[in-house]
Design a protein around this ligand. Structure first.
Ligand code: FAD
Ligand code: DHB
Length: 384
């Protein structure tokens, strides 16, 4: 069995890479350990930078995104019982779009299948050989080998590709908290996302549609979800989001809930021989700046361009600079996500001095155009 590009993982990175390569005449096979329904339902990201939305649109998978995605021109920072709007578009000329990762994954799978793409679910890659490029996978109890020109390691944080880079250096930071996320059957209580700092911890009000809300609460990193019955979640959200203006958080039926740990992680380099890492396989950011999915999209967009250059004119110049180019962008997102996270969360080990500094910093961000612009330009994302 042979293909040009063997793609490990059918998350947003692997699926989009396969789609972009197909539009430029390059064959790929996508191998995914889980089944299709699991991959399509996994609740995760929801906020797309303008550049991410443009890439989906320009490559022909933006139909539903344009119809159902919610374009936002600002966000709210809420602390000290008051909200402060950051006018993202006024400050940067760019917008962000709320459109769930589940929907992007569904759109990409449908597009690849209708174009005759080779997507293999329930196919677990057990080994990759970056030098005589091939991947070994298990499907239906049997072991198969797929030979290829290049391997794209899009297999997320727990995948098998990153350990195949022998010169790997990793950089990481853990946080003493995680996010409890809920999906709720209730119209959003806000038109724009609210990032809220409260002395009891961070809270985020996001949305999925005019009738479905997505909310997050800071909880201790080792928190047990069993300690959070639905009533306690709504009560805590209401306490953290409370403002003096009389605004109220609407509650409703909780459709799903789960706890996500938070970490910052970067692996360097993102290439070894014919193996290229992309997305969460190479870097993880804490979710506060909404950068993870967007970084996965920018990695595979650069990888697709580099593979097209190799196929069309035989040059490997872009492949050779792939790791450096992606890492530059990844480190900017790492800094921004770390900054947003530490600015908005409470740290159990912090003293009163640290708390006062945070409040001063928040005041500065909402009262200085220069500081608000720093937040805004990182949040909407830099052009590729
Ligand atoms: P993944 O989505 O992890 O996909 C990897 C795939 O590889 C998986 O399907 C996995 O099953 C498969 N796989 C693994 N090992 C193997 C193997 N051995 N063989 C075959 N297949 C394998 N990002 C944003 O940009 N904006 C947001 O608003 C945002 N919010 C978030 C909120 C939460 C609660 C969380 C958890 C994350 C959020 N993120 C956000 C991050 C974003 O979801 C990830 O960065 C994104 O999923 C990365 O995509 P990926 O394709 O690189 O990896
Ligand atoms: C969502 C998640 C984020 O991490 C974020 O910063 C904004 C929105 C979301 O899931 O909608």
């Amino acid at each position: 069995m042979r293909t040009q590009v063997a793609i490990v993982g059918a998350g947003p990175a692997g699926l989009l890479l396969s789609h972009l390569l197909h539009t430029r005449g390059i064959d790929s096979v996508v191998l995914e350990s889980r089944d299709r329904s699991y991959v399509e339902r996994r609740q995760r990201a929801g906020l797309l930078e303008q550049g991410t939305a443009d890439i989906l649109r320009d490559s022909g998978v933006g139909g539903r995104l344009d119809r159902e995605g919610l374009v936002h021109e600002g966000l709210e920072l809420r602390f000290g019982g008051a909200g402060h709007r950051i006018p993202l578009t006024e400050l940067t000329g760019r917008t962000v779009t709320v459109y769930a990762q589940t929907e992007i994954v569904k759109d990409l799978i449908a597009e690849r299948l209708s174009a005759g793409g080779d997507l293999r679910f329930e196919s677990e890659v057990v080994a990759v050989d970056p030098s005589a490029p091939s991947v070994t996978f298990r499907k239906d109890g049997r072991t198969h080998t797929l030979d290829c020109d290049v391997i794209a390691g899009c297999d997320g944080f727990h995948g098998v590709c990153r350990p195949a880079v022998p010169t790997l250096r990793t950089f990481e930071r853990d946080y003493p908290y995680g996010w409890l996320g809920i999906l709720a059957d209730v119209p959003p209580s806000t038109d724009e996302l609210i990032y809220c700092h409260h002395e009891r911890g961070f809270a985020l009000h996001s949305l999925r549609s005019p009738t479905i809300s997505r909310l997050y609460l800071q909880v201790p990193h080792d928190e047990d979800i069993a300690r959070w019955p639905d009533e306690r979640i709504w009560e805590e959200l209401s306490t953290r989001f409370a403002v003096d203006s009389g605004w109220r958080l609407k509650d409703g039926q909780i459709l799903e809930k789960g706890i996500t740990p938070m970490r910052s992680f970067v692996a360097e380099p993102m290439r070894h021989d014919r193996l290229f890492l992309a997305g969460d396989a190479a870097h993880i950011v804490p979710p506060t700046g909404a950068k993870g999915l967007n970084l996965a999209v920018s990695d595979v967009t650069m990888l697709a361009e580099a593979l097209v250059e190799m196929a069309e004119i035989g040059s490997e110049a872009l492949l050779d600079s792939y790791s450096d180019n992606c890492l530059k962008r990844a480190w900017r997102a790492e800094h921004f996500s770390y900054w947003m996270t530490t600015l908005l969360h409470t740290d159990p080990s912090e003293n009163a001095f640290g708390r006062r500094l945070r409040l001063s910093h928040l005041d500065y961000v909402v009262s200085s155009r220069a500081a608000a612009t720093t937040l805004a330009e990182n949040y909407v994302g830099f052009p590729l």
